[in-house]
Design a protein around this ligand. Structure first.
Ligand code: TTP
Ligand code: MG
Length: 347
């Protein structure tokens, strides 16, 4: 079937796979990547669990200490973001070598699109190239639009071939009876609102009139929900390199901070480290934001524009962060601090 096809490429157990690649002796073992790689670390969460660790019920977002209880024999490794970024760049370069359009969607995912004669064949070729050149495996979903391709990639994860296809013909038979929460971009809040309207399955939503959705959704949101429930979606592949508009750093403390000076020190350190990264990336900072989360999980952010214009000076960034910090009460124990730098675009 020729014509426009979209493929969604998603690397398998990405961070864990990169770690196994450089430590072949770990292959076949449960590997858990997250935080500082310490199974006793309070409050750190699992970023990636290898397939072997997932069999013990370990998954992304789970506290590391819980993961250690479920799978005490796992190998725990710290995050090494620069290594994951390098691996990601090599994968994207490999995909770009094919005569297709490529939209990088995240560190470990991308959409590939174009006028493609044989999408199954292309998917197999992409998988083989990524394995040969980078040593990583991936799942590939194929569809007539991004929505179909993205959802198909989930089925691909469960298929031994690592490839699955959804089209306008197969969408309803496959997806119709499933809960709306399985749609791409439909999170718990949307699910709840739909349930309040008596809409539970994808087929329910596909058949819903806009007037049914009107009590809970704007016309725009309602229209989009019905489109994706019917298996529609975007076909545009945006190939322009993505330019980050901001960059941030945050840290969750092993014990809550109560002293103002301690909090100031941490914000200064975060701001300086962030400043160094931003400057290394050749960017300039225009605005600085600070995030404070208290022990009771109350989270606030405040921000300020740099008065003297865009800067590359870590001192200016740190000073701005401390000024923003004065906008907080800081009368409760602090669990997490973050600093965000908004960057000049079109520098
Ligand atoms: P995913 O693609 O969701 O997961 P995965 O690649 O680890 O596994 P698979 O695709 O085979 O199901 O996320 C990609 C990477 O993003 C993941 O390796 C680590 C990071 N990540 C986190 O740091 N925290 C998270 O909660 C999630 C979901 C992912
Ligand atoms: Mg992945």
């Amino acid at each position: 079937m020729t014509g426009v096809w979209l493929l969604h490429v998603d690397l398998d157990q990405f961070f864990a796979s990169v770690e196994v690649l450089r430590r072949p002796e770990l292959r076949g073992r449960p590997v858990i990547v997250g935080g500082a790689g310490d199974p006793a670390q309070a409050r750190a969460v699992v970023a990636t669990a290898s397939r072997e660790a997932r069999e013990f019920g370990v998954h992304s977002g789970m506290p590391i200490r819980m993961a250690a209880r479920k799978c005490p024999d796992a190998v725990f490794l710290p995050m090494d973001m620069p290594a994951y970024q390098r691996a990601s760049a090599r994968v994207m370069e490999t995909l770009r070598a094919f005569p297709v359009r490529l939209e990088v969607w995240g560190l470990d995912e991308a959409f590939v699109g174009g006028d493609i004669d044989d999408p199954q064949r292309l998917a197999a070729d992409l998988k083989a190239a990524v394995l040969d050149e980078v040593g990583l495996t991936c799942a590939i979903g194929i569809g007539r639009n991004k929505n179909q391709a993205k959802i198909a990639a989930r089925f691909a994860k469960k298929d031994p071939s690592g490839i699955a296809t959804l089209t306008g013909e197969t969408w309803m038979p496959v997806m119709g009876g499933r809960p709306v929460g399985e749609l791409w971009g439909v999170g718990p809040k949307t699910v709840k609102k739909l349930e309040e309207l008596g809409i539970e399955t994808v087929a329910d939503l596909a058949a819903a009139g806009l007037e049914t959705l009107a009590p809970r959704f704007t016309p725009r949101a309602a229209t989009w929900l019905v489109v994706i429930a019917r298996g529609g979606g975007d076909t545009e592949v945006v190939t322009e390199p993505w330019v980050a508009r901001s960059r941030s750093k945050e840290v969750t403390f092993d014990r809550d901070l109560t002293e103002r000076t301690e909090i100031e020190e941490q914000v200064t350190a975060l701001a300086r480290a962030l400043g160094a990264e931003v400057v290394a990336a050749g960017r300039r900072v225009i605005r600085v934001g600070v995030k404070v989360r208290t022990a009771s999980f109350f989270t606030q952010t405040r921000e300020a524009k740099l008065r003297d214009g865009p800067t590359t000076d870590p001192d200016v960034i740190a000073h701005a962060a401390l000024t923003v910090l004065t906008k907080f009460e800081l009368d409760r124990p602090v669990r997490l601090l973050g600093v965000r730098a908004d960057l000049l675009v079109n520098d």
